[in-house]
Design a protein. Structure first.
Length: 143
């Protein structure tokens, strides 16, 4: 039997983390949550996630982008280099606060993520995105 895929959600909304924990675990995923970019970076090393769901605005307006940058363009000798290909789903409320959507930039150098989802999102929609991103990476997705 295949081990459940490990998801790490990095978002400062603790209620959202709790909701997605229930939803993702009910679907058979192993769910881990982090409430800040710093905690998320620690959890990435601890958990070795198969996919990451990442908020942008946490402890500051660009905290999620710093995480994204560290994962997608790790410096020489970075302990995060092995996670450079882990699928990342950007889950953010940036568009509602700035009237700017980056959806058309997904997969580019500007936004090197596998999917972009705007808040609020229905759990079923989020699960569909998670399933799609993991399926696109194949059975060896993750670190």
């Amino acid at each position: 039997m295949e081990a459940p895929k490990k998801l790490l959600m990095i978002d400062d909304d603790k209620i959202l983390l709790d909701v997605f924990r229930v939803v993702c675990e009910a679907k058979g995923y192993e769910f881990h949550g982090a409430c800040s970019a710093a905690e998320g970076m620690t959890k990435i090393l601890e958990v070795g996630p198969d996919a990451i769901i990442l908020d942008v605005m946490m402890e500051d307006f660009v905290a999620g982008y710093r995480v994204l940058s560290e994962l997608r363009t790790p410096g020489p000798g970075s302990e995060f280099a092995r996670f450079s290909r882990v699928p990342i789903i950007l889950l953010t409320g940036v568009a509602s606060r700035t009237n700017a959507s980056l959806r058309d930039r997904v997969g580019t150098a500007l936004l090197p993520v596998d999917a972009y989802v705007e808040k609020p999102v229905e759990p079923a929609e989020m699960l569909a995105v998670i399933d799609r991103v993991l399926a696109a990476r194949g059975p060896d997705a993750g670190a």
